[in-house]
Each structure stands twice: as structure tokens, then as C-alpha cells.
Design a protein around this ligand. Structure first.
Ligand code: G3H
Ligand code: ZN
Length: 282
């Protein structure tokens, strides 16, 4: 299953797709199972930080690609927030056909030049590329609170780089533990009108459910969710271990956590892909 076959048809439809970050195998299993429960496609993401945690990409990528290949719904494996171009080449060599190149911390001209070079290499290998347009440096790049993407600059960046999707700054921020981020819906609408490729929302864990519904209605296509799954997983594991202090077998406390993540994934996918409203008179 390729990324264009999943996301291109969603652009302009008022519907979106969830892209969930997996760190552990249990996350990946829950993300695929949740999508199967919802009977909806899903994007299974491995971030560069998750690769650093494991020490290498290959074993976890192989597991995720295998889960995707055997799923009963479309699953695309995606390399998320890659700043290291060698890691992107490695992902492509391992069979991953969707990557995010994150050069948002670089000055605009360098971001354009490096992103364009990555796009050329990836497209030659049949790989889809998401990029991010940042205006300030630092870890959170375009997704620091207060940063906004300018529609005209976003359109120029897409034209100059040839990227397949663009991560935009519209009010969310990475790694929030509360769901009180307020998105700029009007800006999302203007970006969707100005930019000819799907838009990506990062830091979606801090956005309330209604905010996510409005974001996809206004024109966000890919919705990246990471921290929310970790809140759910860790909360359930903590509760289970507190109730059953005798447990030592990790399967006994990880499986309730995995089930809770599965439920959260299905629920999030359903809210991002509402059924089209019935046409009046039918
Ligand atoms: O690229 C991943 C996402 O932007 C996840 O952000 O952990 O704040 O949901 P989050
Ligand atoms: Zn992100």
C-alpha cells in the first residue's frame, strides 16, 4: 500500500488519516489492530528518535513492514522526523516508501536546498516525502507554540522542493500532556487553498477531539499522534502494576496497555474520518 493511494484522495474531502508513532512492538501491534477494528487505513510511524532508542532501524522496520503486509486494512510504514539523510537512504533500502525529512531548524534557503535533494533521491526510488517549513530553530521547530506557517511561503516552498506533503504550524505543539491547544482553523483553510499537496498536523496529542474534527474539515489530511498513545499505554500499565504488585511477567502488564492503545487508535481514526453527511433529499 503506498502513501499517495491513501492520502491523495483525502485532500479536499474534509476527512483525514491518523499517523501514529510506534516506539515499542506493542505500539505497532496496537496501531494496526486499532485500524482493523475501525476498518480504516492507518500510517504507522517510526521516528528518528525511536530509531536512536533501539540503536538501529532495521529490526523494528522489519517488524512494522511485516505487520503492515499482513493487516486486513491498508497500512503505510513511514519514517518520521528524520534529520539524518543517511537514515532516509537506509529506510528506503529496507523497503520503507514514505519519509519525513525534517530540516525545519535550518535557515529557509538551506531547508529548500536539502529538502529538494532528498525529494529527488526519494522520488527516484518511489518514496513519498513529507517536509516541514519552520521559521524558528530549536527542537520544536515549526511546532513551537506561537509559530505559524505563511500560506504564500508554504506554496513557494512546495513548488521549490517538489515535496508530496507539508507539515504546517497552525497552533499545535509537540509532546503536550493536556488537550487544550487551540488551532487556527481559518489559517488551515487558507493553507489548504494555497498549497497543492496534503497538509500534515504535528503535535496532535495536545488538540481536543473537536479541534481535530475541525482541522480535517478545514483541510488537514495527515494527523500525527504520538504522546497520546504513550499517555494511554503508560497510564494503563501504571494502574495494572499498582493493582497487582506481584506481577513480573511483562506480558501481564503490557497487554492491558496494548489493548488501551488499540481502543484509542480506533477512536481517533473514526473521528478523523467521519462518514460523509447524507445528501439532502436522499
Ligand atoms: O511526528 C509526530 C507527531 O507530531 C506527534 O506529536 O507526540 O505531540 O502527538 P505528539
Ligand atoms: Zn511531529
Amino acid at each position: 500500500m503506498t502513501m499517495p493511494s491513501i492520502v491523495d484522495g483525502l485532500r479536499g474531502s474534509g476527512r483525514g488519516i491518523g499517523a501514529f508513532n510506534a516506539i515499542l512492538l506493542e505500539h505497532a501491534e496496537a496501531i494496526v489492530a486499532g485500524a482493523e477494528d475501525a476498518r480504516l487505513p492507518v500510517i504507522l510511524q517510526i521516528s528518528q528518535n525511536a530509531v536512536l532508542y533501539h540503536g538501529s532501524l532495521a529490526p523494528f522496520a522489519a517488524a512494522c513492514l511485516s505487520l503492515a503486509a499482513h493487516a486486513s486494512v491498508p497500512v503505510v510504514v513511514h519514517l518520521d522526523h528524520a534529520e539524518d539523510e543517511a537514515l532516509i537512504d537506509q529506510a528506503v533500502a529496507l523497503g520503507i516508501r514514505s519519509v519525513m525529512f525534517d530540516a525545519a531548524a535550518l535557515p529557509y534557503a538551506d531547508n529548500v536546498a536539502r529538502t529538494r535533494a532528498v525529494v529527488e533521491r526519494c522520488h527516484a526510488a518511489g518514496c513519498w516525502v513529507e517536509a516541514e517549513l519552520g521559521e524558528i530553530g530549536g527542537k520544536d521547530g515549526a511546532h513551537a507554540p506561537g509559530v505559524r506557517t505563511d500560506p504564500a511561503e508554504a506554496a513557494a516552498f512546495v513548488a521549490a522542493t517538489g515535496v508530496d506533503a507539508l507539515a504546517v504550524a497552525v497552533g499545535s505543539s509537540h509532546a503536550m500532556n493536556t488537550r487544550d491547544a487551540v488551532l487556527d482553523d481559518e489559517l488551515i483553510g487558507r493553507l489548504a487553498a494555497a498549497v497543492p499537496v496534503p497538509l500534515v498536523l504535528h503535535g496532535s496529542s495536545g488538540v481536543p477531539e473537536d479541534g481535530l474534527r475541525r482541522a480535517v474539515r478545514e483541510g488537514i489530511t495527515k494527523v500525527n499522534v504520538g504522546t497520546l498513545l504513550n499517555r494511554v499505554l503508560t497510564g494503563k500499565v501504571r494502574e495494572t502494576l499498582a493493582e497487582r504488585t506481584e506481577l513480573t511477567d511483562p506480558r501481564k502488564y503490557l497487554s492491558p496497555g496494548r489493548d488501551a492503545v488499540r481502543t484509542a487508535v480506533a477512536q481517533t481514526l473514526r473521528l478523523l474520518a467521519p462518514a460523509p453527511s447524507p445528501v439532502a433529499g436522499h
